[in-house]
Design a protein around this ligand. Sequence first.
Ligand SMILES: NC(=O)c1ccc[n+]([C@@H]2O[C@H](COP(=O)([O-])OP(=O)(O)OC[C@H]3O[C@@H](n4cnc5c(N)ncnc54)[C@H](OP(=O)(O)O)[C@@H]3O)[C@@H](O)[C@H]2O)c1
Length: 383
Amino acid sequence: MMSTDRRDFLKLSASAGAALGLGLGTRARAAAESPAFPSGGGVASRAKNVLILGGTGFIGPYEVRSLLHMGMNVTLFNRGNRPGMFPGVEELVGDRNGDFESLRGRTWDVVVDNSTARPDWVTSIGEFLRDSTETFHYVSSRSAYASHAAVPMTSAESTWTFEGAELDRATADITRLPYGLAKAESERELMRIFGDRYVIFRPGLIVGPDDPTYRFTYWPVRIRQGGEVLCPGDGTDTVQVIDVRDLGDFMALSAAAGHQAQQFNLVGPLTPRPVAEMVYGIRAVTTAETTFTWVDTGFLTERGIRGYAELPVWRPPVEGAQGFAKFDLRNEVAHGLTFRSLADTTKATLESFFSQPVDERPPRRAALTREREAEVLAEWHSR
Ligand SMILES: NC(=O)c1ccc[n+]([C@@H]2O[C@H](COP(=O)([O-])OP(=O)(O)OC[C@H]3O[C@@H](n4cnc5c(N)ncnc54)[C@H](OP(=O)(O)O)[C@@H]3O)[C@@H](O)[C@H]2O)c1
């Protein structure tokens, strides 16, 4: 359930921005002034028509915001569960499970597909829209790669296959494939249907304001509480994430620029960030008295404290994952990818988290509790 604050913010963004001819509100305009935000000027020779399949969850609204900022005409297609999020943006109601009637007879320059893990959804709507769009953009994932062993990782690395996942294509349930395989299959489907008329975005962990998960958010919230914070390894393992606003900006830029036949890895920053830099950078945004205790990865593993779970964002560079947070992003940067500062992301994450009513905040799931953290720290000190 979306918080009232957020719905109001998004409405404000669209209506205040519309009044200014920008499609952006106060916070968004502030972001637009930052050099990290790509300028709309001169990229698109005319306003392109963009259809977003989805658009009202986590990443969709930030795509809309950036597209509007770049002067595009935006249409949303979804079941209409959250209508009116962006006044003035056309909304078409339908269902990815076969109800495409509202799309019939229309044409677009770019269709953006945010759907999660259903290759059959890409097949059905891709075939329906094959001749109705110039280009099809698909939000895949870093998880589409069958291995993250390469250092650095690039889009040339192989993605999951049925064989690699030890599944039989003939008998596997296409609607319930493992996430990475579902993304890789979806990518292959869109390339089959659209030839070169595609762009694939492979984000890593998407973070920042409105993040519905308690993953990156764990670190700013925990560090802001102060005291002794348990941190993994010796601080040199790297992390790469993408701020949802940078994702939206780059996807809008890509639509405006008319990219085709491209796979983009969307993480950052360009130089992978050591965990120590991440936690000290987050601390710099708070006023808490916080110290960091670095605990050996093996010691953590023995106690069931796993990377990307109890300690989110970080993943130890074990065999097969050495390149997980070591992507070579020079191609993406050459195509316009920019990165907001860690301070900006942290501040926006905290503002967003604490602006939500307590019972609407992202669920903690696997992330460490204060009690478990204290137990493990006590064991570490007495070892
Ligand atoms: N979070 C991460 O760290 C991360 C990392 C890598 C990749 N990704 C990928 O990023 C994407 C995240 O997407 P998001 O949820 O934020 O996107 P979104 O486009 O903002 O929200 C999901 C949209 O899908 C619509 N929808 C759901 N079921 C539908 C149906 N049966 N028919 C038509 N529309 C339907 C929803 O609206 P209605 O309910 O009104 O239908 C909503 O607008 C996913 O593809 C995910 O795999 C995420």
